[in-house]
Write a protein that binds this ligand. Structure first.
Ligand SMILES: Cc1ncc(COP(=O)(O)O)c(C=O)c1O
Length: 383
């Protein structure tokens, strides 16, 4: 289960092959592969001169984008709603899932704010409690989370990021999803730091709603992403934001003035259109590249890079691997504490290693086209 990384780099990320940057900042912003750049340029030109657009440039593009997202997570296209970012999907969950006064929405400290503020606001409006369990060291206390799921009847929603944006900790979402499902608790997952470097079967994981922006690990432009809503749940959730293409009769121009407000049967009911056709076409191209390369092969590649980083930290005094050691508990976000994080970061920047500093750690985030040599060069600068 592998692929030709050099060929991939040469074809899709030629600047990486030329050594212009060692790009290890996919947890912030992903690069755009050549095929997607070509698609953006060609479609952008047609968009600039709209008389050149064809009907295929419009709604079939959205259908293609939903299909790509669906394939990536093992779901049906009818369960995908295109969204402009992750936050819209978080709001969809926070505003549409059923819970009320006195109920608890459970999460943990260390979450990215995109998965915190919408819940604080929605919980406040409904008189519910948004509860953040404390961390145990750098990672969430999954045993405490499971205990709360199993014993606290007030818990009605569990909301987690699959992979932590700063520590790189990965939840066992299949175990948590199963525990939630057996107790009728709804399970929301922010997948933006996991999907891409990790393969996912969202149905098997018993996720109810999932949100994912595509601007990072799905190597897509800004302003595109998606939400997934479990098939049986779609008809039960009322969209909180209402668009004009979300109804059963949307698409029939003759019926525009009927104002028939019945929702579409599928997850389109959660879309607020007009959505960027150029951008979603690009997202379909980029996800197409991930699918073509193979999500499982990508996972194996990124895991091997992370193993390498762990081995380096074990052998190097003064470099602490903050991310979990166990491969099933990490993804592509790798966090390190060094003797002087600011100096380590300066050295990385001087050597053109794109990285970030989060919560007092150096964050290296390699993806499917990065090489062991690139990672080694970056690691050497941490010591
Ligand atoms: C866990 C997590 N969720 C969400 C986001 C971003 O949210 P959005 O796509 O709404 O900008 C980030 C990073 O920026 C993140 O790390």
């Amino acid at each position: 289960m592998s692929y030709d990384v050099k060929a991939l780099r040469t074809r899709e990320f030629p600047w990486a092959e030329r050594g212009e940057s060692i790009y290890l900042d996919h947890a912030s912003t992903g690069p755009i592969p050549m095929r997607t750049r070509d698609a953006l340029a060609a479609f952008g030109l047609r968009r600039a001169e709209p008389f050149r657009l064809t009907p295929d440039d419009l709604y079939p593009v959205h259908a293609k984008a939903r299909e790509a997202c669906a394939r990536l997570i093992g779901a049906k296209p009818s369960t995908i709603a295109l969204m402009t970012n992750t936050s819209h999907g978080v709001n969809l969950a926070a505003r549409s899932l059923p819970y009320g006064k006195g109920d608890v929405i459970l999460s943990t400290h260390g979450e990215f704010p995109a998965n915190v503020y919408p819940w604080i606001a929605a919980a406040h409006d409904r008189g519910a409690e948004f509860r953040l369990l404390p961390l145990a060291g750098d990672w969430p206390d999954e045993a405490a989370l499971m205990r709360a799921i199993e014993t606290d009847p007030r818990v009605k929603v569990v909301s987690l990021s699959w992979v932590s944006f700063w520590s790189g900790h990965r939840y066992d979402i299949a175990a948590i999803g199963a525990a939630c499902r057996s107790r009728g608790i709804h399970f929301f997952v922010d997948a933006i730091q996991g999907l891409g470097p990790l393969a996912l079967d969202v149905v098997a994981a018993n996720v109810d709603v999932l949100a994912c922006g595509a601007q990072k690990w799905l190597v897509s432009p800004w302003g595109v992403g998606f939400a997934y809503v479990r098939e049986e749940l779609i008809a039960k959730l009322e969209p909180a934001e209402v668009g004009w293409w979300a109804q059963a009769t949307s698409g029939d121009y003759a019926k525009f003035l009927d104002y028939d407000a019945r929702w579409a049967d599928d997850a389109r009911r959660f879309e607020v259109i007009t959505l960027d056709f150029v951008g979603f076409n690009a997202m379909a191209e980029s996800i197409g590249l991930l699918l073509e390369t193979g999500p499982k092969a990508i996972e194996a590649h990124v895991t091997a890079l992370a193993d390498r980083a762990l081995a380096f930290a074990d052998d190097t005094p003064g470099v602490e691997f903050v991310t979990p050691r166990e491969p099933s508990r990490r993804a592509g976000v790798l966090a390190f504490r060094t003797k002087d994080v600011a100096k380590s970061s300066d050295r990385l920047t001087a050597a053109k290693v794109a990285h970030s500093v989060r919560t007092g750690c150096i964050r290296l985030a390699p993806h499917f086209y990065n090489t062991a040599d690139e990672l080694d060069a970056a690691l050497a600068l941490l010591a």
